[in-house]
Design a binder for this molecule. Structure first.
Ligand SMILES: [Zn+2]
Length: 129
């Protein structure tokens, strides 16, 4: 399970539990901070906040995992890396069950929310086409 009660990241998982995708953004310089941080490494400010995203994204790349590394994730599964349409430069990682053969870089993806255990909700990504 991911560590979901850290001061920097708790808000990300709280939003996911409520069905929202968020990114930490700096109110001073506009930078997106993901993985989330309360401190902005771009301008040195602490004036950061959670910003709701639409949940639409573009597939950057993916890989198929065939070897069992973590007992939680049954193989095979497909790991996807997406860039949200409304937070350029941010990358979110997700996974889809099985070998997804129909993926193409640049295709449209949409967020879904998966409860993985202990009430932890993860944003996941699926093709919209
Ligand atoms: Zn900043």
């Amino acid at each position: 399970m991911p560590y979901t009660i850290d001061a920097d990241t708790a808000g990300f998982f709280e939003a996911a539990r409520e069905g929202h995708l968020v990114v930490r953004s700096c109110s001073d310089c506009g930078a997106n901070l993901h993985p989330p941080r309360q401190y902005c490494r771009h301008c040195g400010g602490w004036n950061t906040r959670w910003r709701k995203l639409t949940g639409r994204a573009t597939l950057v790349t993916w890989t198929i995992v065939e070897q069992q590394m973590l007992p939680t994730f049954e193989v095979p599964y497909t790991v996807v890396l997406v860039e949200p349409d409304d937070a350029p430069g941010v990358r979110f990682v997700g996974s889809l069950p099985g070998r997804v053969e129909s993926l193409q870089a640049g295709m449209a993806m949409a967020v879904t929310f998966e409860t993985v255990g202990d009430g932890v909700v993860l944003p996941q990504w699926s093709p919209t086409e």
